[in-house]
Write a protein that binds this ligand. Structure first.
Ligand code: TMP
Length: 204
């Protein structure tokens, strides 16, 4: 049986990575065989592409940025995501195609049809389930600033991040596979939401 494909999405500092532990615990308790991966960077070419894409000293045009994200994704899908799903292993990816729609479509204001057409042409699989970590941009950027040195995306102005948040919320309102976690709450409450949504998905 095919594995299930689960993705985590959200703006900078939204708590995706912090909640991986909760997700792993639920999968372990349910004896599910899984791999955890991320974008950009999950395929064999990924480490090079990720370094280039996040480098604050690189100047990359919006279209080139989108194409590099899609190249990274195709490499990731063909070499890690699909082979695992095909042998029944579940894949949890920290970011996937919704990130390109929100960041390059919403943030950089590229044509979303171009992104979805390219995705279809490349035969990229659609996730079975997505958790969107959502919180106000000010709070999220403050968390990101406290965490580490800001990368090329984190340095963008607030309105860039606001457009990304709006795109994510629009995607969530149009897609039943996306569940929105209120990430502005305390750690305990966020973990409980993640646990509930994931358990509901597993029992569906
Ligand atoms: P992160 O994995 O540490 O969140 O950083 C990845 C950065 O890359 C983040 O700022 C979002 C950005 N990104 C895009 O702009 N488009 C994409 O398609 C993906 C996967 C990530």
């Amino acid at each position: 049986m095919q594995g299930k494909f689960i993705t985590l999405e959200g703006i900078e500092g939204s708590g995706k990575s912090t909640n991986l532990k909760v997700i792993k615990d639920i999968f372990d308790q349910n004896k599910i065989d899984y791999v955890i991966t991320r974008e950009p960077g999950g395929g064999p070419l990924g480490p090079h592409l990720r370094k280039l894409l996040l480098d604050k000293d690189q100047s990359i045009s919006p279209s080139v940025e989108m194409l590099l994200m899609m190249a990274d994704r195709k490499d990731h899908v063909d070499n890690l995501i699909k082979p695992n799903l095909d042998k029944g292993v579940w894949v949890i990816s920290d970011r996937y195609l919704d990130s390109t729609i929100a960041y390059q479509g919403g943030g950089r204001q590229l044509d979303i049809n171009l992104i979805t057409s390219l995705s279809a042409a490349l035969k990229l699989p659609s996730p079975d389930f997505t958790l969107l970590f959502d919180l106000p941009v000010d709070v999220a950027l403050h968390r990101a600033e406290e965490r580490s040195e800001l990368d090329r995306f984190e340095r963008e102005p607030k309105d860039f991040h606001s457009r990304i948040r709006d795109s994510y919320l629009e995607l969530a309102s149009n897609n039943h596979r996306i569940r929105t976690v209120d990430s502005s709450k305390d750690i305990e409450s966020v973990s409980m939401q993640v646990e509930k949504y994931l358990t509901d998905f597993l029992n569906a």
